[in-house]
Design a protein around this ligand. Structure first.
Ligand code: PXP
Length: 253
């Protein structure tokens, strides 16, 4: 857990390591290694505040048995990322993670391609999804692009947190479009905070773009990082890589 003082408040920012792509590598050869649960243990030992996994409908990386093993092994925050299908809701309620992050999911996509369209999902979330989680104690986070209208609708639903989609910022083709997206993220974070929800962020973050994000976007809490972190760990080792991300997050802004 990292305390970063800012002009606005004492901010508690923490790293959640997404271990999906440890499972991608394991599944490539049908072996039992590398084991995402072991990766989770090493990440937590190195200082990560928690672990994220995305159990996809097609089970392309994390599998059901991984989820139950992670639940037993993870001592910090367990963030269950999923589409809000009836199947996933049942599994999530069995597992009882601290946090559930709801994302859109497309069969053909390589990774989650953007935030939820709240206008489209609002009625379904209000009538089916949110009631299903009532009294479970699981906090609900919605993965959103920094659109004020989406944030307002998420607040209306009673979401505990918003995970801001940072993929557009991370993949911006030039400095001007990156700056524009950064301004949207800043405004989005301000609005989320004003409504009383927690501000999380993730997607496409790496050692190069993380410092800019955290120096400019206020109120960030959980930062979820997977692909770039796991990739770097092939060269550096997982412990050193996690520690380096945490060191960057500790830099005062
Ligand atoms: N947050 C969400 C909602 C995601 O879908 C993903 C990708 O699984 C991440 C964070 C992590 O993104 P990346 O693997 O690009 O770090």
């Amino acid at each position: 857990m990292i305390i970063v003082s800012s002009m606005k408040q004492i901010k508690v920012m923490q790293l959640l390591v997404n271990i999906d792509h440890v499972a991608t590598l394991r599944n490539a050869r049908g072996e039992g290694y590398p084991d995402p649960v072991e990766a989770a243990e090493i990440s937590e030992k190195a200082g990560a505040a928690g672990i994220v996994f995305h159990l996809r409908g097609d089970r392309r990386h994390i599998r059901d048995e991984d989820v139950y093993r992670l639940k037993k092994s993870v001592t910090g925050i367990l963030d269950f990322e999923m589409a809000a299908s009836d199947e996933m809701i049942i599994i999530c309620k069995n597992v009882l993670p601290e946090l559930c992050t709801l994302v859109p999911e497309g069969r053909e996509e390589l990774t989650t391609e953007g935030g939820l369209n709240m206008k489209t999902v609002f009625d379904d979330y209000k009538n089916r999804v949110f009631p299903a989680f009532e009294d479970t104690g699981i906090k609900l986070s919605l993965f959103l692009d920094p659109n004020p209208a989406d944030i307002e609708l998420a607040h209306k639903l009673g979401a505990d947190a918003i995970e801001l989609h940072t993929g557009t910022f991370a993949n911006a083709p030039d400095a001007a479009s990156q700056r524009k997206e950064l301004e949207r993220l800043k405004a989005g974070a301000e609005l989320i905070h004003e409504t009383g929800m927690i501000v999380n962020a993730g997607h496409g973050l790496n050692l190069e773009n993380l410092p800019l994000l955290i120096s400019e976007v206020p109120y960030l809490r959980d930062i979820s990082i997977g692909h770039a972190l796991i990739s770097k760990s092939l060269y550096w080792g997982l412990e050193k890589t996690v520690k380096e991300y945490i060191r960057l997050m500790n830099v005062q802004r």
